[in-house]
Design a protein around this ligand. Structure first.
Ligand code: ADP
Length: 759
């Protein structure tokens, strides 16, 4: 009883907690009262109604059989069971109920009038949760008993559920353990468990297998494990374990082990130590795996990367260069370096399928065969296959099943093993990239063959590229030549067109200028011929006079035209000599004296006596023309002034230095400067330039009125330029004109000798 009370006390606390937390639904309970005494049932109902923590739905039966039936139907939260029922006692009811609901623990409070500990024990053993003495019945202990019965029942149900769940968890754990074991076995992963306190080591079967030990033969000692490690790796393995424990770090270490048959194998171990709270190491757990496959794959990957890099480098170099010879040389050097072999060559086919070694990379101990022409009939018979991309590999010429003569030929080049890869140009077989191993037989690896094949493909690209480049170069040269020819033709055409234009212009002008006097002559002579003036000798004479003047003008014009043409055609071949400038001017003035007199114009000359280097006739011609114009355009009683002075000006505008040879070895250092000035009508500003062009005049009537040809100044300009001099005019309309002529002058040697001229 005391036990139950203690329990009741514990659950009271729990009950309070739950009450506070409970929901409205939880606070409603269905209670089945199995009691034959009506008064007692009333009492129970009354007590229950006083419990303000719960609302009770109360079901009642008088007999045990009724009670069992009602339980089945209503599934109440608890039963208040009287011990003495008309049809059975409380224990019998409990048994029957247990049978009915198949649970050992029943939410039943058994009530009796007797103090009977034995009965209480029996009731509890039969599944009742609570035992209540009717004589002690109060609202509170009824409520508590009911509550405990319900809660105990719930707890027991929970325990049962937990047990079930636990069972299921254990099952899952077993399954997982099995899966892990299978996974470890399939991953060939060994597990070790090292008790650091006892020193005992446990290995699973996979661990033993990895260490080439029979299952179960590992004796569990660290020393046995240590003996399995490769002697060179023992210290580092031991150190790694110590470090992991000391630093409480994860162990991860790779080392070699030696099997009983002496073979060496790579192992990787990972593990972790576990420690007591005090920090003392307790045990260490870990795994071991064989990492040879991984290492091999890493090595293969590494090799592939290296090859890839080489191919990339080569591709890069090929793209950078268009020099085929350089590309081929780089390739053989690189291939020999990569293969670590004795000789690598590029063999180029000639149209008759003979071939020559055009580049070579060869070790110092082996003979050079570059530029050797090789006639290999064996290669010849393989041409078709090479064209299809065939690669031939001989690891040892003595075991290659080839003819003796072929072996001898290979021997003559010191070849022991070779690898022959075709180089194609488009679909054509261009040559072969051949690697020779001379020192010993050589098994060529697939990866090596692949690399050389890839490089041969790059070479094919380079060859095509170089071809295209060469072709482009030829085309470029041809295009440049064509362009040059075109330019020449264009220049010639332009020149011809310019000449044609000039000619047309000239013909136009000349025909116009010639036609004018001719028309005049034709008119006069026509009138005479017609005899219109037969009776008028005076008029006839005038007509003849006109015809004579025009004839004279025509002759002059033709002379001038021819003169000008001659001047321009014979440029640079003036007959120059030393003459006195003043004398030349005097001659011109003399020639023009009658004209000056007729026009009543006086000529004033201011010219020192000075030797100048000129073509005298031509310079006199210039002076006559300038003087003639000045006289023509001077008013009566006008004065024409002629001056000459020397200017120290070594700069000669239009003098080509190469032309200085015309002046001997001397350099012009001064210029003579002539001016012819009149006080006539002057020349308008817009004509100052043009009057030096052929047939250009200030006024169209000038030639007729003044008897000119319009060619005089053009001739003067041409003569001045042939002396590397300049001629120009300055004038103000109505105020006369001044014509300037400058001529560069060399230093006369006699003057130099005399020291009269500065250098
Ligand atoms: P022309 O035989 O007609 O004189 P020029 O070539 O010598 O031919 O002169 C061309 C033109 O320049 C002349 O027709 C005239 O109109 C003008 N000219 C030349 N000299 C003078 C000058 N001293 N005064 C005014 N006009 C001049």
């Amino acid at each position: 009883m005391s036990t139950i009370l203690q329990q009741a006390q514990r659950y009271r606390n729990m009950d309070t907690t739950l009450d506070r937390k409970g929901s409205a639904e939880e606070r409603s309970r269905t209670i089945l009262i199995v009691e034959d005494s009506l008064s007692y049932r009333k009492l129970l109902r009354e007590y229950l109604s006083q419990d303000n923590r719960y609302t009770y739905q109360i079901l009642e039966t008088e007999t045990g059989a009724e009670g069992l039936k009602q339980y089945r139907i209503a599934q109440p939260d608890a039963i208040l069971l009287d011990y003495l029922l008309p049809d059975m006692n409380g224990l019998e009811f409990l048994h029957a109920l247990q049978q009915q609901i198949k649970k050992p623990d029943l939410p039943v409070v058994l009530m009796t009038r007797y103090e009977d500990e034995n009965l209480e024990t029996q009731a509890i053993e039969s599944g009742a949760q609570q035992y209540l003495n009717k004589s002690e019945l109060t609202t509170e202990n009824l409520r508590l008993s009911l509550h405990n019965a319900i809660k105990q029942g719930e707890l027991l149900r929970q325990v049962a559920t937990l047990k079930l769940e636990n069972k299921q968890h254990l099952k899952v754990l077993h399954q997982q353990e099995e899966q892990l074991r299978l996974a470890l076995a399939s991953a060939q992963m060994g597990i070790w468990d090292w008790d650091l306190f006892t020193g005992q080591v446990h290995w699973n079967q996979e661990h033993e297998e990895l260490f080439d030990l029979a299952p179960g033969s590992f004796d569990g000692s660290y020393e046995t494990f240590d003996r399995c490690i490769h002697p060179e790796d023992r210290a580092s393995a031991h150190n790694a374990v110590v470090q992991a424990i000391e630093n409480q770090a994860i162990l991860c270490h790779q080392f070699r082990i030696v099997w009983a048959d002496g073979s060496v194998h790579w192992i990787e171990t990972r593990g972790e130590a576990y420690f007591k709270d005090s920090g003392e190491p307790l045990r260490m757990l870990g795994t071991v795996v064989n990492i040879e496959d991984r290492q091999q794959s890493e090595q293969i990957l590494q090799n592939q990367l290296e090859q890839q890099r080489l191919v990339m480098d080569m591709t890069q170099r090929i793209r950078q260069s268009l020099d085929l010879q350089e590309i081929l040389q780089t390739t053989v050097d690189e291939v020999r370096q990569f293969l670590q072999t004795d000789r690598v060559i590029v063999y180029k086919f000639s149209p008759d399928w003979m071939g020559t070694v055009i580049v070579e990379s060869v070790g110092a101990d082996w003979k050079s065969i570059v530029n050797t022409e090789i006639h290999d009939t064996c290669v010849e018979s393989y041409i078709g296959h090479f064209q299809q991309g065939l690669v031939t590999v001989k690891s040892d010429i003595y075991n290659a099943g080839i003819d003796d003569w072929h072996v001898q030929m290979l021997e003559s080049f010191q070849i022991r093993a070779n690898l022959v890869v075709p180089i194609l140009k488009g679909d054509e077989l261009w040559g072969l990239l051949i690697s020779h191993h001379c020192s010993a037989p050589r098994p060529w690896l697939t990866s090596e063959i692949d690399l050389v094949k890839q490089l041969a493909i790059q070479l094919s690209i380079a060859i095509q590229q170089a071809d295209l480049f060469a072709q482009a170069q030829i085309e470029l040269t041809q295009r440049k030549q064509a362009e040059m020819t075109l330019q020449l033709l264009n220049a010639e055409l332009e020149q011809r067109q310019a000449v044609e234009k000039l000619k047309d212009e000239f013909i136009g002008i000349v025909s116009h200028e010639l036609r004018t006097p001719l028309t005049s002559m034709q008119g006069s002579l026509g009138l005479l011929a017609m005899g219109v003036m037969d009776d008028e000798p005076k008029e006839m004479k005038r007509m003849i006079g006109i015809a004579a003047i025009e004839t004279e003008r025509l002759v002059r014009m033709v002379d001038d035209i021819l003169d000008l043409e001659k001047l321009e055609a014979d440029s640079h071949i003036l007959e120059q000599e030393w003459c006195d400038a003043s004398s030349l001017l005097q001659i011109a003035i003399e020639v023009m004296s009658s004209s000056a007199e007729a026009a009543r114009v006086s000529v004033d000359l201011d010219c020192p006596s000075m030797e100048i280097w000129v073509a005298p006739d031509r310079i006199i011609q210039v002076f006559i023309n300038l003087l003639s114009n000045a006289i023509k355009f001077s008013p009566p009683n006008g004065i024409v002034s002629i001056e000459m002075k020397v200017i120290d000006d070594p700069i000669v505008d239009n003098l080509d230095r190469s032309e200085l040879v015309r002046f001997g070895s001397t350099i012009p250092f001064q210029q003579i400067h002539f001016t012819v000035r009149d006080r006539g009508r002057g020349i308008p500003a817009d004509k100052l330039e043009t009057i030096f062009h052929r047939f250009q005049q200030v006024d169209a009537s000038d030639s007729r009125d003044k008897g000119g040809t319009g060619l005089g100044l053009a001739i003067c300009k041409s003569i001045a330029e042939q002396h590397y001099g300049r001629i120009w005019v300055e004038s103000l309309w109505g105020q006369g004109s001044t014509f300037f002529l400058t001529l560069p002058q060399p230093m006369k040697e006699s003057s130099l000798d005399e020291g009269t001229l500065e250098e």
